[in-house]
Ligand binder design. Sequence first.
Ligand code: NAI
Length: 286
Amino acid sequence: RGKRAFIAGVADDNGYGWAIAKSLAAAGAEILVGTWVPALNIFESSLRRGKFDESRKLPDGSLMEITKVYPLDAVFDDMESVPEDIKTNKRYSGSSKWTVQEVVECVKQDFGSIDILVHSLANGPEVSKPLLETSRNGYLAAISASSYSFISLLSHFVPIMNPGGASISLTYIASEKIIPGYGGGMSSAKAALESDTRVLAFEAGRKHKIRVNTISAGPLRSRAAKAIGFIDMMIDYSSANAPLQKELSAEEVGNAAAFLASPLASAITGAVVYVDNGLNAMGVGV
Ligand code: NAI
């Protein structure tokens, strides 16, 4: 039987989540995605209208099939934790069962189990503010959406993940080196995500034989990255200074994720794997 993957954080064809879905599909996996509730309608209608058909093309010429799109807001674990203003918000009330617990319940009912969990989402409302000017609420929101969301997804999915399964998240080097402009507590959120990768690798490995890794990816012109505002500069900086002087493609990150999710990586867990043209290894730019 082919593997089944759930990819959280796909809402268009530009980001890492989409590229990871494609690489997993090309390797024979069945694809389920979790799409942020406010982005769900436009994503589903674009899919239906064929807007993504060109970018659905796999190396063998066939088109990637997404078996099912689930509405998801990974900031909420269950319905009890959803505040009234969100419940009654028009963008949310049009969908149902989008808390982490409900999504996992639906996946269980629909398919029984999964093999691969991908977390490709982040959000920091104050990302453009320096850490010194970040509010408590902004900081906690960044951690909630970008770090705890992974703990929540993994803890809810783990009971229906087949032994030997794998999970992957996406991180950024701002967790360990100073990247001015990556503010609002997003650098802190990535540091937490990387530390959690190690602790969760231990816990999920011992208890469920599940591997947990994170990919520290180089800069990509995704929707989220464009919102931060310095992505072109980061891409230029990388092309100028990295050992490999080429623009990083989302597909290269997708392929690394497919490797990490596969039995080829059966002894790799708790790792931060750099997929960044080697930029992390440089001490000074030359
Ligand atoms: P993206 O915009 O394609 O993906 C982010 C997704 O998160 C979007 O689909 C958005 O709808 C979703 N999202 C936000 N809040 C959510 C919530 N509460 N519940 C569910 N979904 C939610 O952008 P990108 O850049 O591909 O981001 C994917 C991951 O890659 C993120 O973790 C990001 O930090 C990471 N990354 C991105 C880099 C870049 O240069 N683009 C570099 C290194 C890491």
